[in-house]
Design a protein around this ligand. Structure first.
Ligand code: APR
Length: 240
């Protein structure tokens, strides 16, 4: 039987590929101030600093390879209907065979116009420019939108900006999920934090993390350990 499987991931899924998490010790937020590099106000203050931060992360992820957890998810997707909801901006899931990947926080290999409507929360630019495209090298100060001339910026959702929630898709996933798997997220940031209780009716629920927050995991089978160790085992179990 083809199962509907939802996999909700965070930085812990990619850390064994060499991409650091945010809140563990040595994580990204220990080395950079969120308000400087991941907020609309930081962008207004110093665009070059923000572009350099994401340029570095773009180059870093190109060097990184999918780890056994990404590969196991790709294998599962070859047999069942797997939808990934990820907070990760890297493309390691796509690079290991997953086709349905919903990036809640955007993608590091995409750029958009600084006047894109997702900035509507913080200031009224007077118009919306919907330009977005893939990038093959870091965005530089002076790289301008071909439609309106705005500065191009990473297609990343910053703190204070709205997440692309796609309510219809989410409702559909909640209604039809046979299995829900959470992996490598501290689930502290909304709306992702609200996602775990939304799947409370899904009978089979797993959570993989070496440091799980048990308070959020009522009804889950917790697989305490790293993604690359636990995900392949779980996928083997599901595939029988
Ligand atoms: N395997 C699985 N999980 C791991 C591993 C590993 N090898 N190593 C660490 N983890 C777990 C940690 O225990 C923690 O629960 O990954 C989680 C990482 O949590 P965060 O650093 O908070 O990352 P995440 O939950 O993805 O953060 C969400 O916050 O700052 C924002 O936009 C950023 O998308 C990010 C969001």
């Amino acid at each position: 039987m083809r199962l509907n499987i939802v996999i909700f991931s965070g930085a812990g899924l990619s850390t064994e590929s060499g991409i650091p998490t945010f809140r563990d010790s040595g994580g990204l937020w220990e080395q950079h101030r969120i308000e400087d590099v991941a907020s609309p106000e930081g962008w207004e203050r110093n665009k070059k600093l923000v572009l350099d931060f994401y340029g570095m992360r773009f180059l870093k992820q190109l060097e990184c390879k999918p780890n056994p957890a990404h590969e196991a998810i790709g294998k599962l997707a070859a047999h069942h209907s797997v939808t990934n909801i990820t907070q990760n901006i890297d493309t390691l899931l796509e690079r290991s065979g997953s086709e349905k990947v919903w990036h809640l926080h955007g993608r590091i290999d995409m750029q958009k116009c600084e006047f894109h409507r997702s900035l509507g929360f913080t200031f009224d630019s007077g118009f919306d420019c919907d330009f977005k495209s893939r990038i093959s090298k870091p965005i530089q100060l002076g790289d301008l939108c071909p439609k309106c001339g705005g500065q191009l910026r990473p297609d990343i959702v910053w703190f204070g900006e709205p997440v692309d929630m796609r309510e219809d898709l989410l409702m559909d996933l909640i209604k039809n999920a046979d299995i829900f798997i959470g992996v490598g997220t501290s689930a502290q940031v909304y709306p992702a934090a609200g996602l775990l209780p939304m799947f409370r009716r899904t009978k089979e629920k797993y959570f993989i993390d070496p440091n799980p927050n048990y308070e959020l995991l009522d009804g889950f089978e917790v697989l305490n350990g790293s993604a690359s160790e636990q995900m392949p085992k779980l996928v083997e179990k599901i595939l029988g």
